[in-house]
Design a protein around this ligand. Sequence first.
Ligand SMILES: [Zn+2]
Length: 98
Amino acid sequence: MSIAERAERIREGSTSPFRGPGQPCPIALIMSQMTEEDIETLERELWRPHTDRGRLTAPELTQILEEEGYTLSKIAVERHRRQECRCFKRRSQEPSTS
Ligand SMILES: [Zn+2]
């Protein structure tokens, strides 16, 4: 990464690898408040394949996170899982309405 890119990242307030333009999505936001261990667990649960019988649904994941004190909607989980949230938007694309 060049100095110019690093400077740009700081200007954008980017500290997470999950950043697209603008504010982070609710999932990225709560991950920024989590321990590394919790982030790893959450990522593992998020990216389980559909064929995995242990895969949790978005409402189930949402419930677990709410019980841990995080506020989010299952829509946010679904969008992040489908990679339709801000984390996965390319700079050239307009952010979709949320
Ligand atoms: Zn996201």
